[in-house]
Design a protein around this ligand. Structure first.
Ligand SMILES: CC(C)(COP(=O)(O)OP(=O)(O)OC[C@H]1O[C@@H](n2cnc3c(N)ncnc32)[C@H](O)[C@@H]1OP(=O)(O)O)[C@@H](O)C(=O)NCCC(=O)NCCS
Length: 342
């Protein structure tokens, strides 16, 4: 995959680019156009990188883009002509890791615009190219510049509000994908892939390179790398185990029509139609008794060995405390009314 974006960049006082907003990123331009973009960025064809465009560079871009752009793209891009902030053109190849903050931001935009699915792009090393920034009521600010800006704002009788200090901003300051409802936008990072028809309630969280396939009710946490299938429900404060810290390496996924109950969690993937009882944290190595439809023991194994089984209920036997996996009886449906107005 080749992606490109014309973006508005923010710099710190040392003039390093710390962040970039791409109003209209695009993927897979035709080869002639992609070659022209490489030339404009002074890159070898096939390499990733970016270049700040002056007025002349912008006109070269528009001349090259004229045939390739749709009308809507052309009009959005044209509005960047009178930007007070630096404009840059960034090219990124899906298979290569990001090597700069502008490229990392382009890759994150692609995910939230649903132009790239989680795991489709190489994001290795993204933490080392992103800056840890203060995300403020006046946009991203480097931590070195922050004390001065806080003081200057006060001198003018204003308060500069710092919403977070992080490498990733909230998604909705950059992209609001169609057909979603997001109760607390601060809990969804740029780079989340939020499927059409998804509702994320206040307790829900979606990390970058992770998300939902389509209609879903998210009241729990979707860790980096985790994908949740259509019509699934993550109950209040439930958890999908991530791999960014804490030692795990297996990236988990949730199938379609699943329910992870309130305060439950998974450290192994779930196939379609599975339910995890409220409060049960199912780690990959947890010992589970697999039962047949009559309640007879089939085998005792690790939870991860049951990942491929569809339509199962995982629960703690309320008499013995043992974790059981049995053919599911309970039916899970999303509340139609909740999703009708996404
Ligand atoms: C695990 C769960 C799905 C069971 O649901 P269910 O199958 O509808 O449960 P029921 O209460 O109808 O029980 C069905 C049968 O299984 C038994 N059973 C249920 N949970 C059991 C357990 N933990 N241990 C032993 N037996 C259990 C019941 O006693 C009942 O037995 P019976 O058929 O002999 O009467 C439910 O308890 C649960 O945790 N749901 C999650 C809901 C949730 O968190 N939603 C998100 C909100 S934010």
């Amino acid at each position: 995959m080749i992606a490109f974006g014309l973006g508005i960049a923010s710099r710190n006082s040392a003039l390093d680019i710390i962040e970039t907003f791409y109003p209209l990123p695009a993927v897979n331009p035709d080869e002639d156009f992609a070659r022209e973009l490489s030339n404009l960025c002074e890159l070898r064809f096939g390499d990733s990188g970016f270049r700040s465009l002056d007025a002349e560079g912008l006109e070269v871009f528009f001349a090259a883009a004229r045939d390739a752009f749709q009308h809507e793209q052309e009009s959005v891009a044209a509005r960047l002509r009178d930007s007070e902030r630096p404009i840059l053109l960034c090219l990124s190849h899906g298979q290569s890791p990001p090597t700069s903050a502008p490229e990392a931001f382009l890759k994150l935009h692609l995910l939230s615009h649903r132009l790239a699915r989680p795991h489709e792009q190489n994001l290795d090393g993204i933490f080392s190219v992103l800056h840890n920034l203060a995300w403020t009521s006046r946009g991203p600010v480097s931590l070195q510049d922050l004390p001065n800006l806080l003081l200057e704002a006060r001198k003018q009788g204003e308060t500069l509000s710092v919403h977070s200090v992080d490498k990733f901003p909230k998604m909705t300051d950059y992209v609001v994908p169609s057909g979603v409802r997001l109760a607390d936008s601060a809990r969804i990072r740029l780079g989340a892939y939020v499927g059409e028809g998804t509702t994320v309630m206040h307790e829900g969280f979606i990390n970058f390179n992770a998300g939902t396939e389509g209609q879903a009710m998210i009241e729990g946490r979707i860790s980096a790398g985790v994908m949740v299938g259509e019509n699934s429900d993550l109950g209040g404060s439930s958890s999908t185990m991530g791999t960014l810290s804490g030692g795990g390496t297996e990236i988990v996924s949730v199938g379609r029509n699943c329910l992870i109950g309130a305060n439950a969690g998974i450290g192994m993937s779930l196939a379609d139609g599975c339910i995890v009882e409220a409060g049960l944290y199912l780690t990959a190595g947890a010992v589970v008794r697999e039962l047949d439809g009559e309640g007879n023991l089939v085998r005792t194994c690790k939870a991860s060995e049951l990942s491929g089984l569809a339509h199962r209920l995982f629960r703690r036997n309320s008499l013995s405390g043992a974790i059981e996996c049995l053919p599911r009886k309970a039916h899970v449906t999303l509340n139609e009314e909740l999703h009708a107005h996404n």
